[in-house]
Ligand binder design. Sequence first.
Ligand code: ATP
Length: 216
Amino acid sequence: MNQDQIKIPQATAKRLPLYYRFLKNLHASGKQRVSSKELSDAVKVDSATIRRDFSYFGALGKKGYGYNVNYLLTFFRKTLDQDEVSKVILIGVGNLGTAFLHYNFIKNNNTKIEMAFDADPKKAGTSVGDVPIYSMDELEERVNKSEIEVAILTVPAGPAQSITDRLVPLEIKGILNFTPARLNVPDTIRIHHIDLAVELQSLIYFLRHYGTEDVE
Ligand code: ATP
């Protein structure tokens, strides 16, 4: 099957890294097949959803056999472009930004924070782990040279839009926005917005109103 022709729904696509991580561990432990029930218990996605997800890429589990781990892994590797490292920058090396720089993304997927930027002159010129921190004045020059695909924004909400406006002409394709600001970008850029305060509040709301029961 030609991988390029497969168009999978976004909700399915979002679960792929989760499946991929678990299957890699299974493969490493020598397992050759896995049932949707086993997968479901491990990744906490119900097995009907897993079967539907997998059917999109032609993995039809056999009754009593399950899924072939190698087939799935090959598919995931191609789909998630695991052979190619995506280059990422981070802007705003405060508490949250520093935590991301310490976190080793490359362990689970081929994503590497190449460099970070900060407006604070005390931070520019230092590094966190092996990630160098540069002054915001160097943003354009450094990004232009390095084929950066994604930017993680961990600055305060105030400067988020003006920083985004500087990223647009640099041909960044995606922004992971951890600021509470809603950003305006042209449709050549994809933004994923993660507001930790909202997520926490939402979890507490669901706990209060629904406990641990599933909500459709
Ligand atoms: P957080 O946990 O959100 O990182 P913090 O208290 O450590 O919080 P913030 O005030 O949120 O720090 O700022 C985050 C980082 O963003 C700081 O390192 C700050 O120097 C940097 N920063 C602030 N404004 C800008 C800007 N305009 N451009 C680049 N970096 C900025």
